[in-house]
Design a protein. Structure first.
Length: 282
């Protein structure tokens, strides 16, 4: 994980202003929050400022967002330097590759993906490739560990990668294409590569067991019958709903808990005061 600092002064633009469309959008976001809670819009506004700024967040952009939300600049710097979704210096025009380097991804080959980035983009992270199209960095877990190893490119994630599939993704991005996101090894979502193998019975999802009081035993019967090619057993009819028993009329009302001694004494003293002043006014 690299130290996250704002870009050096010579890289920072003189100023920043949202485009009219982005400004209108930003005002809509701010209006979603109750009075006094406008700072909650800080993440979406910073993201939009980053997108408008060519994929990275300049210091003038942070100031503008801070002014819009009535937040001190340091509060904005804290947020922007904490989240790796925010880029603090210029990144590749066609993609900034964030390679997850946390344990599950490392165990599944993230080191080889980093070697691809070093060879294809630059020896060092946060440096632009010779054509300015790409940059890369290693990040902490991006939340797709089950499909490790993975990379994130702006808002898209590419999972179950090998050095070869990462190369293909870089080629596609270089051509200006948008590669298919998600697993790159043919599996669907986070299912096993051989396909879904749990919770596959339609009875679990088609509603046929709902309200029948069928339970697991009946579901198993239906699954076994289908496997044997037999007609499905009829689910049992629901039992008549029994009304809850009415409480016996003779039940006494629950006793109130006794007041604590100190509370009781204070109450009596107050009562005495009220009574005293009433007596005087009478
Ligand atoms: S460890 Fe790589 S996505 Fe979680």
């Amino acid at each position: 994980m690299a130290v996250r600092r704002l870009a050096e002064k010579h890289l920072q633009p003189e100023s920043f202003a949202f485009t009219p469309e982005n400004l209108a959008w930003a005002k809509q976001q701010i209006a979603k929050y109750p009075e006094g809670r406008q700072a909650s819009a800080v993440i979406p506004l910073l993201m939009r400022a980053q997108e408008q700024g060519g994929g990275w967040l300049s210091e003038p952009a942070m100031r503008v967002v801070g002014e819009m939300l009535d937040m001190a600049p340091i509060r904005i710097y804290e947020i922007a330097t904490f989240y790796t979704q925010f880029q603090l210096q210029p990144v590749g025009r066609k993609g900034h590759i964030q390679v997850c380097g946390t344990t599950p991804c490392m165990l599944r080959g993230a080191g080889a993906l980093i070697e691809v980035c070093k060879r294809r983009i630059h020896e060092h992270p946060f440096h632009l490739s010779a054509d300015g199209n790409f940059s890369w960095e290693e990040v902490e877990c991006a939340g797709a560990c089950v499909n490790a190893p993975m990379v994130q490119v702006v808002k898209d994630v590419y999972e179950d990668l090998t050095p070869e599939t990462l190369e293909k993704i870089l080629d596609a991005l270089a051509r200006g294409e948008k590669p298919k996101t998600g697993p790159q090894n043919g599996r669907r979502a986070a299912e096993p590569i051989t396909g879904q193998c749990a919770l596959v019975s339609p009875e679990l999802f088609d509603g046929s067991m709902v309200g029948k009081g069928a339970g697991l035993a009946a579901a198993r019967e239906a699954i076994a019958a289908r496997a044997a090619g037999e007609p499905l057993p009829k689910p049992p009819e629901p039992a008549a709903a029994a009304a809850p028993p009415a409480p016996p009329k003779s039940d006494p009302a629950p006793a109130k808990p006794p007041a604590a001694a100190a509370v009781k004494a204070a109450g009596e003293a107050d009562h005495g005061k009220v009574g005293g002043s009433k007596a005087k006014s009478d």
